[in-house]
Design a protein around this ligand. Sequence first.
Ligand SMILES: [Zn+2]
Length: 461
Amino acid sequence: MNTKVPIAWSLACAFVAAAFAQSGPSRPVIYEGARLIIGDTTAPIEAGAFVVENGRITAVGRRAEIAVPAGASHVDLTGKTVMPAMINVHVHIGYEGYTTWRAENHTPANVLDHLQREAFYGVGAVQSVGTSPTDQALQIQSDQRAGKFPPAARFFFMPGMAPPNGGPDAVLRVATTALHVVNEVTTAEEARSAVRRMAEQHIRQVKMWVDDRRGTYPKMTPDVYNAIIDEAHKHRMIVNAHATTLPDQKAVVRAGADVLVHMVQSDKIDDELMAVLREHRPYWATVIGLGDRSGACDDDRFFAESLPASVVSMIRQSVESKPLAPYCGPQTPNRERREEILAYNFPRMISSGARIVLGTDTGIQPGHTFGTGDHHEIARWVQLGLAPADAIIAATSRPAQLLGIDDMGTIAAGKSADFVVLDANPLDDIHNTRKIASVYLHGRLLDRAALLAKWQKTNTE
Ligand SMILES: [Zn+2]
């Protein structure tokens, strides 16, 4: 699948010098005194310590029990809480330019900017789902792995499959069509050969849209999605299914889809879906926040600080309720109904064994932004009944497992030192994930002030 995007590699080259300056062996560092939230079912460690050498965690435990390596420098984190950097399995990277979503926006520089936004807010890896041009995305991934980018969230992506004219929402459709991004398939054989091409490129995941966008195109047939799932599984690939209705969710999970995206929004789920979930235990990327009132509606620095003032004021003026657009007006009956269904469905999805993972769908709506969307989503889970400790697992170790990222997701020896230092404990109040003191990626302190300065002087005109 070739794209016609000119790739601005001079940009990547400019980063090479910075990357070299950051490499090479470094002194060990011991981070001492913080509460450590491990990211899996292990109990937190109060007054903990951990050692980082060459970007990796080499020891974790109670402060008194950790041997200080010779020549180590000390970082005192007394009173702070440390958690693993989060991992978001569902975003749309590259098209957003604050208020436009265009093919022209999709440059390596803009992809990097979105990855930096996620990193700024404590997210260490993101996966762009179904909308990234494959050749360009593979190039960005390999350049990032080679250290050619400045520090940012690790970039993952998966191709998408849909019937002709199917695929993403209208917001992205024109751009993805211009770049020929979506694999349009009509028959089982076309579906299989598209999946085989992906497997040859060592792509691990694929998305399929099982939806007709309110009757605007014919839905993918069971014949086609069964072929996608079968062929993908033959190649040990993971299948993500966009399915938003109750019958479609039952059908795709029964057919063997590994990840459900979205929740059923128009109906209360029933015993039949719950039985199917119990049997198959799919991962589940909830994507709730996309339909919520934007955090930027209110006078909350957390949401506004990384956005130009003009965008914040545009969001705050949105008082007409429209799909996929910010809305800062009063509660509507539709939104009340949505809340009622969420409150009913969410705990039932969890108790039936859907394995919740962080996914936000950011990148298609100015009020639902890279990085802040992650914090919004996990707070929604807690509001809907999930324990904060489980919310953190679903934002760290479980998505690491889903994406096959062996060296992220927990604060443990052998892992990459990708962590967030918080001023307050999110186990007491999940909103405390927003009280970010600092972010470390691969053992390096992220220069959050420099990133903020860059964004605040962005001109959106
Ligand atoms: Zn999406």
